[in-house]
Design a protein around this ligand. Sequence first.
Ligand code: TRP
Length: 360
Amino acid sequence: MDTNQDKKKVVLSGIRATGNLHLGNYYGALNKFVRMQDDYDCRFFIADLHALTTHPDPAMLHANVKSILAEYLAAGLDPEKNILYVQSDVPEISEMYLLMNMHAGIGELMRTASFKDKARKALGIAKPGAGADDDDIEKEIIGNNHNKSVNAGLLTYPTLMAVDILIHHADFVPVGKDQEQHLELTRRFGRRFNSFYKTDYFSEPVNFNFGGQAVKVPGLDGSGKMGKSEGNCIYLIDDEKTLRKKVMRAVTDQGPQEPNSTPTEPIQNLFTLMELVSDPSTLEHFKQAYADCSIRYGDLKKQLAEDILKVTLPIRERILDLRDNDEYLSKVVRRGAEQAREVAAKTLREVREIMGIRKF
Ligand code: TRP
């Protein structure tokens, strides 16, 4: 690390350890991390404690942490430039999470969108508008104490995320749009802590998008974004055959019905993907073909698959190499844990002291 480190703004972000990384993670997060590593004091971690909120199989969780680490490195994150660590390797986070929970309101946590989504799914309640409203979630959770799937860890997910961020005194937190509300809660918890203990200890972290809009990577199923739970993903680890097959099967429409029509959602999604991976002239070519109704979706998909492969295949090669290199991977995380713990221990010490927990 260079000697300017102290002056650089602190960047912190994490990815939940729930499966292999896909193109959405790559363009939404990883790629941004890679671009930030030279100019900021970056810390990136694998959120394995957060993954526990949805009860993963223990063996799967372990495998996922390892493959995400390999994927981080394969995508270009350099352990010499960043602190790379696994959340559970830093026990200070868990302790500060306990302390921070004393200032997190059950009501505000229950109103968080991500909690309501997960609770709704676990309880089998329809989305608001589809016959259910928010009160139903509350009634169901309180009335149905057999339902252990809506656990307290899920409720306090935002507290843990706030601690991830505040323990580093992060300035910037590059995350997708779906995480904005968690970031807002982080700022709120920090402000609340400051005003309760009459201090200015925490400052307010903000999202980071390189001045542009947050990228939303669409899936291959015609609508919505690419997501693990949607089953519409292209994974960085996909082999050539699998990837081509997925792209060739992407949902399209019956073709433009008249010249210069606005592309339907499935086609716009393919254009959006193309915008990420292809040459601007390639995209222009297919948009033009759409406008004059000469487009052949088979050609569009073939080209798209080709251009995605150019991005993912080299990463895939590196992932496969790294995955076999246990010694290197454990060296990276051990060093990362040491560096992260040094930062975290200082914050925890100070927070304990501010809260009145002192050593005799
Ligand atoms: N909640 C984030 C997600 O699901 C992952 C995460 C956990 C995170 N802690 C964080 C992201 C702290 C940024 C900062 O994507």
